[in-house]
Design a protein around this ligand. Structure first.
Ligand code: SF4
Length: 187
């Protein structure tokens, strides 16, 4: 699942300040689970913004990152989007870009995208993959080595998992950084 975290409301308002008419778009999949863009969060965002902006409409797209689904759902709200100066996307970065490609409108992210993670329960997620495009889980007993960074024992610089020496002080005295894989509280 893609794990997202809501940007602070003040940050969202600041990003929107050049626009008056806003359409709000949520995600019924990962962001609904993370509570950063499901039906309730979209309703809450409308309440928070309605005194400062004209909300032209809203929708929760089942999966904004699936261009086919987004295209289908966006047809229903075409008129509301046309009245907007910008779309506020309560999605991950994939959803923001998918909607921008489909609508050619200005799309503003309401969330930060933390990464891919496993939902562990009680509102926590564990990052276990960063999509390195060359999966070596089989060679590493099912544990992802890429996610575990290295640290330079001499200068403290954080380095990639496969770095051979520190690119800051040239030391070869490297160790594994132990506080990853990261667990993040999402709710
Ligand atoms: S090696 Fe790790 S980061 Fe790379 S694809 Fe596999 S799980 Fe993801």
């Amino acid at each position: 699942m893609i794990i997202t975290i809501s940007k602070p409301l003040d940050t969202v308002k600041e990003t929107l300040k050049s626009y008056k008419n806003i359409f709000i778009l949520g995600c019924g999949d990962c962001c609904a689970t993370c509570r950063t863009g499901g039906t309730e969060e979209v309703k809450a965002m409308i309440d928070k913004l309605k005194d400062d902006f004209n909300i032209t409409g809203s929708i929760v797209v089942e999966a904004p990152c699936d261009g086919r689904v987004a295209k289908r759902d966006l047809r229903r709200v075409k008129d509301q989007i046309e009245k907007a100066d910008a779309i506020l996307a309560m999605t991950c970065g994939l959803g923001v870009q998918s909607v921008a490609l489909l609508t050619k409108e200005t799309v503003i992210p309401a969330n930060n995208t933390w990464g891919m993670g496993i939902i562990e329960g009680l509102g926590t997620a564990r990052q276990v993959c960063i999509s390195c495009d060359e999966c070596v889980l089989v060679e590493n007993d099912g544990k992802c080595p890429v996610i575990i960074k290295q640290v330079c024992n001499d200068c403290g610089r954080i380095l990639a998992w496969d770095a051979k020496c520190c690119d800051q002080c040239a030391s070869k005295n490297l160790g594994k950084k132990q506080d990853v894989p990261a667990t993040h509280k999402i709710l």
